[in-house]
Design a protein around this ligand. Structure first.
Ligand code: SF4
Length: 379
C-alpha cells in the first residue's frame, strides 16, 4: 500500500470571504480550545488504528489554520507525531492567510515542524481583495512571504485567482509577475466560481456585480499557461505550477488515487476503497467526539464503474495523465476494451492524446477538462 497522507481541517476564519462556501466559520474564537481538544482526541483514536502505516505528507488546511494560537497548533502537530508514524522527511504543509502571520509566528511554526506554507494571496490588487471580502492587503502578502523566507521556509506556495470582479487581463498578468518576483517555487491559480448562496453569487444574480466576460477570462487563462512555464514554473496539474521538485506531494496523492485520512470537522478520507467525511458543524463535531460517538457524516464504497471514472479523471488532472498499466493493475481490465469509443471521440475533438503507455489531456483538454471528465462517468 502507498504511504498515507493526513489532512487536518481547521474550520476557523476571521471573517467570511464573499465568494466562499467552504466549511469555515467566523466569530468562533470561543471554540478554538474545545475544537483542538476534540481534534487531538480524534487524532489519537485514528492514529492508534493506523499506526502500522507510514505517513509521508500532512496538510493542515481550512479555514485559516494560521489564526489558531501557536500553542494550539503546537498541540495538534505534537498529537499527530505521537499518534501516527510520520516519516522524518514528511512534507508538512499549512495554509496561511497573509493577514494573520507575523515574523515571530512563522519562526515558531517552522520550529514545530511545518516545512511548507501555502499563502492564500488571491490577488496583488487591494481593490480586488476588497471586492472579495478578504481581510488582508497586498502589503501583508509581501511581508508574509518575506518573513517566511527569513524564518527558513524554502517551500512557499502562493494561491492566486482570476476572473475576479474588476480584474483586467493586463492587471492579472501583472499579478502573475508580482507572484513570480517574490521567488515562490509553487503557484496555484484558480478561476473564480460563483458558488450558490454566497454574497458574490447573490450580487451577480441581482445584476450588481460586473465580472470579466468569457473572452477576457479565457485570455487570462491563456496568459497564465504561457507565462508561468516560460519562466520555469512548470504546470503539473490543471491549476498548479511548480519549479521541478517543488510539486505539492500531498495534493499529488489525491490525483494519484493514493490513500489519505482526514481529521477534523468536514474532513474527507479515502482509505482501502472507502470514502468518508465527517460532520461539518464545529459544535456538532466537538459534541460527537466528547460523547464518544462517531463523527462520520457520510461513508461510501464506490462501485467499480464509479471508481474507474474517478481514477481516470483524477489522473487526467495531472500533466502526466493516466497510465494504462496502472489502470489494468487496479481494475484488472483493459482500458481500451472499456473506453475505446469514448477515447476515439475525445481524440477527434483534440481533447486528449495518447502514446503506448499513457493518456493525457491536450492543452485544449486542460481548458475544457469537464467535457472530458463527464465522458468517463457511468450512465
Ligand atoms: S479565508 Fe479561505 S476558507 Fe476562510 S472564508 Fe476566506 S476563502 Fe473561505
Amino acid at each position: 500500500m502507498s504511504k498515507l497522507g493526513l489532512y487536518v481541517h481547521i474550520p476557523f476564519c476571521r471573517q467570511k470571504c464573499l465568494y466562499c462556501d467552504f466549511a469555515s466559520y467566523a466569530s468562533s474564537e470561543h471554540l478554538f480550545v474545545p475544537y483542538t481538544t476534540a481534534l487531538c482526541q480524534q487524532i489519537t483514536d485514528q492514529g492508534g488504528m493506523l499506526r502500522n502505516l507510514t505517513v509521508d505528507t500532512v496538510y493542515i488546511g481550512g479555514g485559516t489554520p494560521s489564526i489558531l494560537p501557536l500553542s494550539l497548533m503546537d498541540q495538534i502537530v505534537a498529537s499527530l507525531r505521537a499518534s501516527f508514524t510520520i516519516e522524518a522527511e514528511a512534507e508538512i504543509s499549512m495554509e496561511a492567510n497573509p493577514g494573520t502571520v507575523t515574523k515571530e509566528k512563522l519562526v515558531a511554526l517552522k520550529t514545530i515542524g511545518i516545512n511548507r506554507l501555502s499563502f492564500g494571496v488571491q490577488s496583488f490588487d487591494d481593490q480586488l481583495l476588497s471586492n472579495l471580502g478578504r481581510i488582508h492587503c497586498t502589503k501583508d502578502s509581501y511581508l508574509a512571504v518575506e518573513h517566511a523566507y527569513a524564518a527558513g521556509f524554502t517551500n512557499v506556495s502562493i494561491d492566486l485567482m482570476y476572473g475576479l470582479p474588476g480584474q483586467t487581463v493586463h492587471g492579472f498578468v501583472r499579478e502573475l509577475e508580482q507572484a513570480v518576483a517574490l521567488g515562490t517555487n509553487h503557484l496555484s491559480v484558480y478561476g473564480l466560481k460563483l458558488e450558490e448562496g454566497t454574497p458574490l453569487a447573490v450580487a451577480y444574480e441581482r445584476g450588481l456585480l460586473g465580472l470579466p466576460d468569457e473572452a477576457e477570462e479565457e485570455a487570462m487563462y491563456d496568459q497564465m499557461t504561457a507565462f508561468l512555464p516560460a519562466i520555469g514554473l512548470v504546470r503539473y496539474e490543471i491549476s498548479n505550477f511548480a519549479r521541478p521538485g517543488s510539486e505539492c506531494r500531498h495534493n499529488l496523492k489525491y490525483w494519484h488515487y493514493e490513500p489519505y485520512v482526514g481529521l477534523g470537522c468536514a474532513a474527507h478520507s479515502f482509505l482501502k476503497g472507502e470514502r468518508k467525511s465527517y460532520i461539518t458543524g464545529i459544535e456538532e463535531y466537538i459534541k460527537a467526539i466528547a460523547n464518544g460517538d462517531s463523527p462520520i457524516a457520510m461513508k461510501e464504497i464506490l462501485t467499480e464503474s464509479e471508481s474507474m471514472a474517478e481514477f481516470i479523471f483524477l489522473a487526467l488532472r495531472t500533466v502526466q495523465g493516466m497510465e494504462f498499466a496502472e489502470y489494468k493493475r487496479l481494475f484488472k481490465t483493459d482500458f481500451f476494451s472499456q473506453f475505446g469509443e469514448v477515447l476515439s471521440k475525445l481524440k477527434r475533438q483534440k481533447l486528449v492524446a495518447t502514446d503506448a503507455n499513457r493518456l493525457w489531456l491536450t492543452e485544449r483538454g486542460m481548458k475544457f477538462g469537464n467535457l472530458v471528465f463527464c465522458s468517463f462517468l457511468p450512465d
